[in-house]
Design a protein around this ligand. Structure first.
Ligand SMILES: [Zn+2]
Length: 266
């Protein structure tokens, strides 16, 4: 049995404590979980398509991932946006966090006035996160206009009927509320490549960059799909917003965050 399989049997607080102990150091401070660690680790995939299609958000990055909470560049980018550009921490915010990143969850938990709900189609994978609710993004079990913020990172590229997911995300957000929607994005301008009927892990890895993805989005096309669902959509560029902070947090200079605002009159 591999060491990872053994540690996975431990309860989450024990695993978290073990990682805190093993990786303790002074080289990096994680803005998400607050731990000081001796190294950040590499993460990301190596499929050829990620290079060919100039994909941001999936390729391997070195010295990037916190070994304790597993938060990476994209998680820190979302945290920066929430901290700098939204009322999180100042005004009451009801938040839906789909397929929650543990690091961002830990950061949100430390903010005042947060009413947090996590969701996933399989909540058994999230025993370490409180207030999880089983939810299919194409059929959300929430009332219209329920949330101030919805965070959904690296989920939509797994969902065959993303039109239904965009519509549901729009429906449950309050007018004036926002959705942070992130996936890997091709930047080569060729367009979105998708095939909802594909059911072949090797082919999906080759075409979309990961064995369980059903498409590879073009970033501009993704914004169009957000607008079709009703959102005012734009890209948050952390380097344009605050270059020093973005560099300090080792964000990816090519990565930007699509943000959708639900118009007040909808
Ligand atoms: Zn961390």
């Amino acid at each position: 049995m591999h060491i990872r399989q053994i540690t996975n049997l431990l309860p989450q607080p024990m695993r978290f404590g073990l990682r805190q102990f093993v990786f303790k150091g002074s080289a990096h401070a994680c803005v998400l979980c607050g731990n000081h660690v001796r190294e950040f680790r590499s993460h990301g995939g190596g499929a050829d398509v990620l290079d060919i299609r100039q994909v941001v958000g999936g390729k391997r990055r070195d010295n990037d991932r916190c070994p304790v909470c597993h938060g990476s560049d994209r998680t820190r980018m979302m945290m920066m946006y929430l901290n700098d550009e939204t009322p999180v921490g100042d005004a009451p915010q009801r938040i839906l966090h789909a397929a929650p990143d543990y690091g961002l969850y830990l950061w949100l938990k430390r903010q005042p006035k947060i009413n947090y709900t996590g969701s996933d189609i399989d909540v058994s994978r999230y025993r370490h996160i409180e207030k999880m609710q089983t939810a299919d993004l194409t059929k959300l079990p929430f009332e219209d206009n329920s949330f101030d913020l919805l965070i959904c990172s690296h989920v939509l590229e797994h969902i065959p009927d993303d039109t239904a997911a965009f519509a549901e995300i729009f429906r449950v957000i309050k007018p004036g509320g926002r959705a942070l929607l992130l996936t890997p994005f091709a930047l080569d301008g060729v367009g979105t490549d998708e095939d909802p009927d594909i059911n072949n892990a090797a082919e999906q890895d080759k075409r979309f960059g990961q064995w369980d993805h059903v498409r590879l989005y073009d970033r501009e096309d993704f914004l169009k799909r957000m607008r079709c669902a009703g959102f005012d959509a734009s890209l948050f560029d952390p380097f344009d917003s605050d270059r020093d902070q973005a560099e300090r947090m080792h964000l990816n200079p090519l990565e930007m965050l699509p943000v959708g605002t639900k118009p007040l009159n909808s």
